[in-house]
Design a protein. Structure first.
Length: 261
C-alpha cells in the first residue's frame, strides 16, 4: 500500500511511459500513433509529451516521416550512465596525448541544446593557450569548428531540426543567403572529413580551429578541435600539420565507445 502523503505526478509518469515505449520500439523509432497504441495515451497527450521531451533534448523528430527517436542525451538518465564519467576516463587522456603531439590546445565538446559545450580541455596545460579556462564554455554551432563538425556529421534529420531551431531564434544568423552558405559549407566539411573556422566567430576572430567528429553507432558523440592563432599559421598549414593526429585522437575515443562495458 502506498502511504505517501504526496499525489502521483501524472504528467511525469506519462512522460516516462513514452520514453520506455521509444526505448523498446523496433529500430528505435516510433510515430505518435504507435506510441499512443503502446502507452494507451491519447494521441494529443502523446504529441504534447513528445514536444516537451524534444525541447529537453532527450529525443528528436524525423522531418521525413514524423517519427521520434531517443537521442544520445537520454543515456544520462538510464543504466547509471554519466557522460562525465566516460569523458573523464577516455577523452581527457586522449586530449593529453594530442597536446604532446601538437602543443596547441584542444577541446572535447558535446551538443547541449543548440550549442556545443566544452567537457574536457587542455587549454590550462598548453603553453600556446590564450584561454586558460574553457571547460563548460558554450561554442556556437554555426561559427565554430566544433559546432560545424557536429552539424556536418550528425544525421540529416537531427541537422535539420537544429537548423530549424537556430532559424527560429529572435535574432537568427541563418536567413536567406546565410542559410544557403551554411549548407554549402557543411557539405564541404563532410566531403573533407573535418570542419574549420577561420575568424568567423565574432567574439574570437583571432582563432583558427580544426575539428572532427567522434562517431558512435551512426551518431556524433562529441567533437574534438585544435585551437590556434590565425597569426601563427594558415588554414592550409594547419591542415597539413594537424589533421592526422586530430583524426587519430577521434578514432581512439571511437574505439573505446565500441568496446563492450
Amino acid at each position: 500500500m502506498d502511504d505517501s502523503p504526496y499525489k502521483q505526478v501524472q504528467g511525469l509518469s506519462r512522460g516516462l511511459s513514452v520514453l520506455r515505449a521509444l526505448n523498446q520500439a523496433e529500430g528505435g523509432w516510433a510515430s505518435v500513433r504507435e506510441l499512443s497504441l503502446i502507452t494507451g495515451l491519447h494521441r494529443t497527450t502523446v504529441r504534447r509529451l513528445l514536444e516537451t521531451l524534444q525541447k529537453e533534448g532527450v529525443l528528436r523528430r524525423s522531418a521525413s516521416d514524423d517519427s521520434y527517436r531517443l537521442t544520445h542525451e537520454v543515456r544520462g538518465l538510464s543504466d547509471g550512465f554519466r557522460e562525465d564519467e566516460w569523458i573523464s576516463e577516455v577523452a581527457s587522456p586522449v586530449l593529453g596525448e594530442l597536446l604532446v603531439k601538437v602543443v596547441w590546445p584542444s577541446d572535447f565538446a558535446t551538443l547541449d541544446g543548440i550549442d556545443m559545450r566544452v567537457r574536457e580541455s587542455t587549454h590550462r596545460f598548453s603553453p600556446l593557450s590564450f584561454h586558460k579556462v574553457t571547460v563548460r564554455r558554450r561554442l556556437p554551432l554555426v561559427t565554430t569548428a566544433a559546432g560545424r563538425a557536429y552539424l556536418a556529421f550528425c544525421q540529416e534529420d537531427e541537422r535539420e531540426d537544429l537548423i530549424g531551431r537556430l532559424c527560429a531564434l529572435p535574432d537568427p544568423l541563418l536567413t536567406g543567403p546565410g542559410l544557403q552558405a551554411l549548407r554549402s559549407l557543411l557539405e564541404q566539411h563532410r566531403k573533407a572529413g573535418h570542419s574549420y573556422n577561420n575568424g568567423e566567430w565574432a567574439t574570437e576572430q583571432r582563432i583558427l580551429a580544426l575539428a572532427v567528429p567522434v562517431m558512435h553507432e551512426g551518431n556524433v558523440a562529441g567533437c574534438i578541435n585544435i585551437v590556434m592563432l590565425r597569426s601563427a599559421l594558415s588554414l592550409a598549414e594547419a591542415r597539413k600539420r594537424y589533421l592526422a593526429p586530430l583524426h587519430a585522437a577521434a578514432q581512439k575515443i571511437e574505439q573505446y565507445l565500441r568496446e563492450p562495458r
